[in-house]
Design a protein around this ligand. Structure first.
Ligand code: NAD
Ligand code: DAU
Length: 362
């Protein structure tokens, strides 16, 4: 796709709607696009749930090409109005309920946002872009969890059958299927990527790595689920954002791309590495934080192993991770240690009270 395209009214600028831009991965994607593409209008659409935090973007929020829209993707009328008001040409869709444990407690929240919210967005794009779908792209960001669980061997390929096990992964799988259906039925131009576990700055401290960093700082127990031998494939979030940029601009219409870190860790080994790195950075005795490890009851339906085969995106688009796990983890820990106020705000809910007050009359 070219950055600008020719229409009957001349060259049209790209106005990209990035949903979920106030969340963890979305904020890295918004920052990258705002800084790299000053010629684009970047519209960060976010409902600011507990996981959305505009503090994540305070370094770029004064940029002339950055705009924030506080909209819930369940509100079809608001989506309609936003597309009209801002001439939205493309969508990069990240907004979602993203935490597996929460999906076990409240599955319906995941059906609403991840399934119905995605269909709302697809419907709006379908209506607004009907004159010529070839000029518009709907990029849906998904997860490797849709493929289910691996045994000790093998990898997830783009052709692996969907086999989701949690309400979260089932809702993401459903949303992926709707994107496919809108392409097949209405010929919208869509692309999907399925990524492995991300880590890095601005990660909400309910997920394994940021939760454990916070607990190590505070000397609280580190709750390892089950036997701790579950395996995840970790990718530094800025490398995911670079892959998203590449797929948005160069990905082939209708294709799916798997994104992964070539970096598998059993949870317990990762937690021990984290403890060792943090003890060193905090000037604590060797082995000090490991004593905080506490084995707790397992997550129901816990997927044993995820591992992505990222050969396709590597061969076809030339993407590969740029940051080693040692570098990425060290940068992540340093970021949390120098951003204790951010951590305190999100764990205390202070930022939520602030935003509730700020937006209640808008
Ligand atoms: P996150 O929970 O940090 O952020 C989600 C964002 O979406 C938040 O800003 C939240 O306010 C917003 N949001 C939630 N419901 C909304 C609604 N109804 N309307 C508008 N905005 C809403 O999530 P994340 O970890 O950054 O994940 C982003 C996307 O990437 C998700 O689609 C997720 O499935 C996918 N993904 C995540 C990972 C990972 O490791 N975190 C890996 C692969 C794919
Ligand atoms: O694979 C991609 C997915 O990775 C994304 O789609 C999800 O949005 C993201 O949350 C993540 O899902 P996981 O369930 O793998 O991530 P989480 O950080 O919740 O857990 C990672 C592993 O650590 C998992 O095996 C469960 C375990 N765990 C997690 C927590 C929060 C613990 O042992 N203790 C914990 O307290």
């Amino acid at each position: 796709m070219s950055d600008f395209f020719n229409t009957s009214i001349g060259y049209m600028k790209k106005n990209i709607l990035i949903t979920g831009g106030a969340g963890f991965i979305g904020s890295h994607v918004v920052r990258l696009f705002v800084q790299k593409y000053p010629e684009y209008g970047i519209y960060n659409l976010d409902a600011l749930t507990y996981a959305g935090n505009l503090e994540n973007l305070k370094d770029i929020d004064q940029s002339p090409n950055y705009h924030f829209l506080k909209i819930n993707i369940l509100d079809a009328d608001a989506l309609d109005a936003a597309f009209d008001a801002h001439g939205i040409t493309d969508v990069v869709h990240l907004a979602a309920e993203s935490h597996v444990d929460r999906s076990i407690v409240s599955p319906l929240d995941f059906v609403y946002t991840n399934v119905i919210g995605t269909v709302n967005l697809l419907n709006t794009a379908r209506k607004k872009w009907a004159a010529d779908y070839s000029k518009h792209r709907f990029y849906h960001i998904s997860t490797d969890e849709v493929y289910g669980s691996l045994g000790a061997e093998g990898f997830f390929l783009e052709t692996t059958a969907y086999d989701p096990n949690s309400p979260y992964s089932a809702s993401k799988a459903a949303s992926d299927h709707f994107v496919r259906a809108y392409r097949e039925t209405y010929h919208m131009q869509t692309v999907v990527s399925n990524c492995s576990n991300n880590y890095g700055p601005y990660h909400f401290p309910e997920k394994l790595i940021p939760l454990f960093i916070n607990n190590i700082i505070e000397e609280k127990p580190l709750p390892v689920y089950g036997d701790g031998l579950y395996t995840r494939d970790w990718l530094f979030v800025k490398d995911h954002a670079l892959a998203i940029d590449l797929i948005f601009h160069q990905g082939v219409d209708g294709e799916t791309y798997n994104i992964g870190g070539f970096n598998e860790w059993k949870n317990i080994d990762l937690v021990k590495l984290l403890c060792a790195q943090m003890d060193e950075k905090l000037g604590r005795a060797k082995g000090y934080s490991e004593k905080l490890i506490t084995y707790v009851k397992d997550r129901p339906g816990h997927d044993r192993r995820y591992a992505i085969d990222a050969t396709k995106i590597n061969k076809e688009l030339g993407w590969k991770p740029t940051v080693t796990f040692e570098q990425g983890l060290s940068e992540t820990i340093d970021w949390y240690l120098s951003n204790k106020e951010w951590l305190q705000n999100v764990t205390s809910g202070a930022y939520q009270n602030y935003y509730n007050g700020m937006y209640q009359n808008r």
